[in-house]
Write a protein that binds this ligand. Structure first.
Ligand code: NAD
Ligand code: MG
Length: 298
């Protein structure tokens, strides 16, 4: 029997504990250089029309969680626009190669989300390409490890906040002109929003902000019939980690501390985004779904 996301199995052994060799990439990391490879559901995710005809924007979907969400959304029938940084061209092409086999339209837009005008122009660019916009997944993120607040540069602080949280404000501000009732906004927050690591102070602070942004925005947008939710992943094996997201001694043991004893895979995050994007979650807004391997969110 072919394994799919529906196949019943012990979640602890669904994926092996990773054997992670020492590796370092410049930021942003590339999936093509990640060892071992991550699973984005390429061979397992099966769609069932949950997002038929929807038009979705997913930021940072060249790799990692974003790529898994792009694959799932495309297989659920959506038109999918992905964003990526110019240095991630090859990863973006791989995501496009996979999702362009599905029925919907696809587009990939390169650019830096820490730049206000790029973020603000995105909704309009997707309107031009697809003629509509129904789902926004604010997923792009920057994580650079630094365990001493006195060594944290203002440049890093600024870039992390602009990329992780300012961009969400900018995208939503300009998307509201287009989003119809029934639209869904999904933000990627993190277990770091609730259990911050000592070495991820700036990053964890943005994730706390994203969780608050999600709840507050949901209260503002329900008047328009738009829902706003978030997904809080735990340790997920993606190129964010070896590109200075973790110190080497933590990287080689990534995910081992979770109650499952293993890191999660991007493929295991995607169904939460599908649920929140689809009408199946009609009575859910301002909520955060944890995908943490057993580390509780409040
Ligand atoms: P990833 O590196 O595969 O994806 C992050 C993407 O963010 C990159 O591909 C890149 O395209 C984009 N990005 C970074 N800086 C950018 C910028 N300045 N402008 C535009 N795009 C930019 O890693 P991932 O782990 O899949 O990360 C996706 C999201 O998940 C992030 O928000 C991250 O904080 C969050 N997250 C990850 C984990 C984990 O353990 N991997 C855990 C919790 C939350
Ligand atoms: Mg990437």
């Amino acid at each position: 029997m072919t394994r799919t996301q529906h196949t019943m199995q012990d979640p602890r052994s669904q994926y092996p504990a990773l054997d992670i060799p020492e590796q370092r990439q410049k930021e942003p990391g590339l999936d093509s250089e990640l060892q071992p490879k991550a699973d984005h559901g390429e061979t397992t995710y099966v769609g069932s029309g949950k997002l038929q005809g929807r038009k979705a924007l997913i930021s940072g979907a060249d790799s990692g969680i974003g790529r898994a969400v792009a694959i799932a959304f495309a297989r659920e029938g959506a038109d999918v626009a992905i964003t990526y940084l110019p240095s991630e061209q090859n990863d973006a092409e791989e995501t496009l190669r996979i999702i362009s086999k599905e029925a919907g339209e696809t587009i990939a837009i390169p650019g830096d989300l820490s730049e206000e005008t790029f973020a603000q122009d995105l909704p309009n660019n997707i309107m031009k390409a697809f003629g509509g916009l129904d789902i926004i997944v604010n997923n792009a993120g920057k994580q650079i490890y630094c365990d001493d607040i006195t060594k944290l540069s203002t440049d890093q602080l600024d870039a992390t906040f602009r990329t992780n949280i300012y961009s969400m404000f900018w995208i939503v501000q300009s998307a509201l002109e287009f989003l119809p009732p029934g639209a869904s906004i999904i933000n990627t927050t993190s277990i770091q929003s609730y259990q911050p690591s000592a070495g991820l102070l700036d990053y964890a602070s943005t994730k706390g902000a994203i969780t608050s942004f999600t709840k507050g925005l949901s209260a503002q947008l329900i008047e328009r019939g738009i829902r706003v939710n978030a997904v809080a992943p735990g340790p997920i094996w993606t190129p964010l980690q070896p590109s200075f997201g973790q110190p080497m001694e933590k990287l080689t043991h990534f995910g081992e501390q979770s109650p499952y004893g293993r890191a999660g895979q991007p493929a295991e995050c995607a169904p939460a985004y599908v649920f929140l994007a689809s009408q199946e979650s009609s009575y859910t807004t301002g909520e955060v779904i944890g995908v943490t391997g057993g580390n509780w969110t409040p």
